[in-house]
Unconditional design. Structure first.
Length: 270
């Protein structure tokens, strides 16, 4: 059943990409800057690939390459599909596979409640599937994650401030794997230096409802748009405190984004 659902969603993504190539994106917030691709409240049809390496205690490394499809449907709806491939250096007595497919996640629906020239409010729900090829390559659980995102462009028209709230709960999966229930709070500050260069600062906090406690990571990235349709970026991160499963010690990421729509052309400021 799950394989059929994933096949249907991938097929739907392909059909929507072909359809959306004929449309003009009507997003108004900071449309003259490439940095809108990092604004979580904005909807663009695009494909992304990025690799992130995270270092954990006991000299454990997690390397994950994710292929992501975002498809905008009409003016206010979007979907997203993440397909991760993971390498985990952690030792395992059971000799589990250390490299392979991770947990695929699908954003079933994202809806833009508010869309003005300077602000946007969106809501969505994401579902993660226990598709990892090995117990150390994924959570071992299915996940449901409702999310709210708000972003606002400051008066200088060069800075976007965004806030993301996620509430995650696990269900099903392996009975011997850890139950997950947590909230994620993230602030995102995007500053545009030129039409082609921008930086992103994004601290994130996790509230663990299973074992209790607060954890925090701090991430920063620099992005560049070599062409109208392509973004590339490099990111670094550090874990500040806490012992939640998503709190790493050190992290790094590189990625590339390609837009399918024609509206990504750089425009002159009004």
């Amino acid at each position: 059943m799950m394989k059929k659902l994933l096949f249907f969603f991938v097929l739907l993504q392909h059909i929507n990409i072909l359809y959306c190539q004929k449309l003009s994106d009507t997003t108004k917030v900071n449309q003259n800057q490439g940095a809108t691709g990092d604004d979580p409240s904005q909807f663009f049809t695009r494909i992304e690939i990025f690799n992130e390496v995270q270092h954990y205690p006991n000299n454990v490394y997690l390397d994950q390459t994710t292929l992501r499809f975002n498809v905008k449907i009409g003016k206010r709806f979007t979907t997203r599909l993440d397909v991760p491939f993971v390498y985990n250096s952690a030792s395992s007595d059971a000799d589990y596979q250390h490299f392979g497919l991770g947990d695929i996640s699908i954003r079933l629906l994202g809806y833009q409640f508010i869309q003005s020239k300077r602000s946007a409010l969106t809501a969505s729900i994401e579902v993660g599937f226990n598709t990892s090829q090995s117990p150390i390559l994924g959570t071992g659980k299915n996940m449901v994650i409702p999310m709210l995102t708000f972003s606002h462009m400051l008066k200088n028209h060069k800075t976007i401030l965004a806030f993301v709230f996620q509430q995650a709960h696990s269900f099903g999966g392996y009975s011997d794997r850890q139950t997950l229930s947590y909230s994620k709070l993230q602030a995102i500050l995007i500053h545009v230096w030129t039409k082609r260069i921008w930086t992103v600062v994004a601290p994130e906090c996790y509230i663990d409802y299973v074992y209790g406690g607060l954890s925090m990571n701090f991430e920063a990235r620099c992005a560049y748009a070599p062409t109208r349709r392509i973004n590339v970026w490099a990111q670094t991160g550090v874990g500040l405190f806490g012992d939640f499963i998503a709190r790493y010690q050190l992290g790094a990421e590189v990625g590339c984004r390609y837009y399918f729509l024609r509206n990504t052309a750089f425009k002159k400021k009004h």
